[in-house]
Write a protein that binds this ligand. Structure first.
Ligand SMILES: Cc1ncc(COP(=O)(O)O)c(C=O)c1O
Length: 338
């Protein structure tokens, strides 16, 4: 297995949220603070990148190429951590709806010197990667490809470790009730890794996968396929431990589409801000909390320990972003600054 790099600031805290829990009817609500998973940039991508960038270095690569929407947190995290370990980062980005975060994400790419390319859709992003590979100055094999969202079986191992981390924290707190873990599901690697890891740790858990993307390739069977592929990278399960983590796939909080806010996500953002003091986004984390809130209100959390996984970075954006000349970015991205 590839060596795991140390990029993160793990373990992340598992925190009680009494005021928010009381307001929504989820006593005992906990949040897993992956928003602080890295010193420079947190969120759920750092864990995956420890494996992926470790693999890239082990294979002697000098550059990585990855993919995402224009405001992709994954593409930004990859660019930040690739730079930290001395790898050039290419990111092939597609259009998305405007959000309050896209412009600063692109400016941060400008600051980092990410080589941004534009693709109209999945097929074109593939062609762009192939063209990059064919013309890579040090040879095609030295350009390492990282899947959308970092969600390959190798990347998902980061969330297998996250599950072990959570299991240790629950045990230390003496929490033995079945757990319901809520998180946004985009490219599925985080959910898949948690399912594998919680099962291997013997934790009675349901992973509630809150779908935030319109693609019909993202569904329960695709998540389970990724769990099987991730399992294959791991040693056989220790005798006596059971695989008990259950997947609950929830498409109904996605709203009209990727990055389009829903009233439920807006309410979740306001409650999280006012009662727990943390910031969420409307693309991913707000939709996941909206699902948890709805389940709390309908009594679905009774007898469970609810855990909200904060997957969105909360580290501040660099002050120098105001000085970035955005006109250096490709023409196709200029519309996000208007
Ligand atoms: C903030 C945030 N939360 C959740 C997710 C979803 O994680 P995954 O792509 O592993 O399903 C992403 C990834 O795109 C993300 O950026």
């Amino acid at each position: 297995m590839a060596s795991r790099l140390k990029l993160s600031t793990l373990p992340t805290a598992l925190e009680a949220c009494p005021a928010l829990g009381a307001a929504i009817g989820a006593p005992g609500l906990l949040t897993k603070r992956d928003d602080l998973a890295g010193a420079e940039y947190g969120g759920n991508k750092v864990r995956k990148l420890e494996y992926l960038l470790g693999d890239a270095l082990e294979r002697g690569c000098d550059a990585v190429v990855t993919f995402g929407a224009a405001g992709s947190n994954h593409a930004l995290a990859t660019a930040i951590y690739a730079r930290q370990v001395g790898l050039t980062c290419f990111a092939v980005l597609t259009d998305q709806v405007q959000t309050p975060w896209v412009a600063n994400t692109l400016r941060w790419h400008g600051l980092l010197g990410t080589r941004l390319l534009y693709g109209t859709g999945f097929a074109e992003t593939r062609l762009a990667a192939e063209r990059l590979r064919a013309s890579h100055p040090s040879g095609p094999q030295r350009l390492y490809e990282i899947a959308w969202g970092g969600s390959s079986p190798l990347g998902s191992l980061g969330f297998v470790d996250a599950a072990t981390e959570l299991a240790t924290q629950l045990a230390a707190a003496g929490l033995t009730a079945p757990v319901r873990v809520y998180l946004a599901c985009g490219t599925m690697g985080s959910v898949a890794g948690l399912l594998v890891g919680l099962g291997r740790a013997g934790v009675a858990a349901t992973v509630v996968s809150v779908k935030v993307v319109p693609q019909n390739v993202v569904d329960a069977s695709a998540v389970l396929q990724l769990t099987r592929e991730t399992e294959r990278l791991l040693p056989a399960v220790t005798a006596g431990k059971q695989q008990r983590a259950t997947l609950e796939f929830r498409p109904e909080f996605a709203g009209e589409g990727y990055a389009l806010p829903t009233p439920e996500a807006r309410e979740a953002l306001a409650l999280a801000r006012d009662l727990a003091g943390f910031r969420l986004d409307t693309t991913y984390s707000g939709k996941a909390l909206a699902c948890l809130i709805s389940d709390a209100r309908t009594g679905r959390l009774e007898g469970h320990t609810p855990v909200f996984w904060q997957t969105w970075n909360s580290r501040p954006y660099p002050a120098e972003l105001t000085e970035v000349d955005q006109t250096i970015l490709p023409a196709e991205f200029q519309k996000y600054f208007r």
